[in-house]
Design a protein around this ligand. Structure first.
Ligand code: GRF
Length: 202
C-alpha cells in the first residue's frame, strides 16, 4: 500500500476530499500522516476524526530557539522520511514556502494544489487576485492545478489543470466556492494518477 503524507495549514477541505477518496478506495494509497504548521488548523480535527496520525510543527518553535526555516524544513523532512518513507507528499493548503532542504529529500515525490493555471497567478492570494482582474475586466476565467514541486514557487510541471469560469455577477465568495469544489475533485485524481505513474515507472 502506498504511503501518502499530507501537509496542511488551514481548514483542510482538500484533505477531507483525500480522506473521502481513500475511504472509497479511490486514492491509490493510504494517508499515513497529516502534518500542520499551525496548531489551530481545522484539518487536524478532520485527520483525528479519520484516525490519521497528526504532527504539529510550528516555525515559531524554531525561531524562538534561534533556528532557521531551513532547519525547520530539514528536520521535518528527516522526520517524515524516518517515520513514513512516503511514496508521495501532498501539499494541500500548505502556506509555507519549502526550501531545497525539504524538496531535495523527496525528489519528484512532492505535489502541490494551487488555485490558478500554470504561470498565471503564482504565489499567495491567487483567488483574490484573479477576482480583482475579473472585476477590472482583464480576466474572464481562472483555474486550478496540481503540479510537481520544485524550489521555484508554483512553477513545477503541471499534473492536472482545470479552467474555472468567472461569471458575471460573481462575488468573491461565489468564485471561491466554484474553485474549491473543483479542487476537491482534481486533487484526489492527481494523487491517484501520480501513484499509478510511480508504479509504471518501476
Ligand atoms: C486551497 O484553495 C489551496 O489551493 C490553497 O489553499 C487552500 C487550502 O484550502 N493552496 P483547505 O485548507 O484545503 O480547505
Amino acid at each position: 500500500m502506498k504511503n501518502i503524507v499530507v501537509l496542511i495549514s488551514g481548514s483542510g477541505s482538500n484533505l477531507q476530499a483525500l480522506i473521502n477518496a481513500e475511504a472509497q478506495g479511490q486514492l491509490g494509497g493510504r494517508i499515513a500522516l497529516v502534518v500542520s504548521n499551525r496548531k489551530a488548523a481545522y484539518g487536524l480535527v478532520r485527520a483525528a476524526e479519520a484516525n490519521i496520525p497528526t504532527l504539529v510543527r510550528t516555525l515559531k518553535e524554531y525561531k524562538d530557539s534561534g533556528k532557521t526555516r531551513e532547519d525547520y524544513d530539514r528536520d521535518l523532512a528527516a522526520h517524515i522520511e524516518a517515520t513514513q518513507a512516503p511514496d508521495l507528499i501532498v501539499l494541500a493548503g500548505w502556506m509555507h514556502i519549502l526550501s531545497p532542504a525539504f524538496i531535495d529529500q523527496f525528489k519528484g515525490k512532492i505535489i502541490n494544489l494551487h488555485p490558478a493555471l500554470p504561470g498565471e497567478l503564482d504565489g499567495a492570494h491567487a483567488i483574490d487576485r484573479a477576482y480583482e482582474e475579473f472585476k477590472a475586466g482583464t480576466r474572464t476565467r481562472t483555474g486550478i492545478m496540481v503540479h510537481h514541486v520544485i524550489p521555484e514557487v508554483d512553477k513545477g510541471e503541471p499534473i492536472l489543470t482545470k479552467e474555472i469560469p468567472c461569471v458575471a455577477g460573481d462575488t468573491l465568495e461565489m468564485l471561491e466556492e466554484r474553485i474549491h469544489a473543483a479542487e476537491h475533485q482534481i486533487l484526489p485524481n492527481a494523487v491517484r494518477l501520480v501513484l499509478q505513474q510511480g508504479d509504471e515507472a518501476l
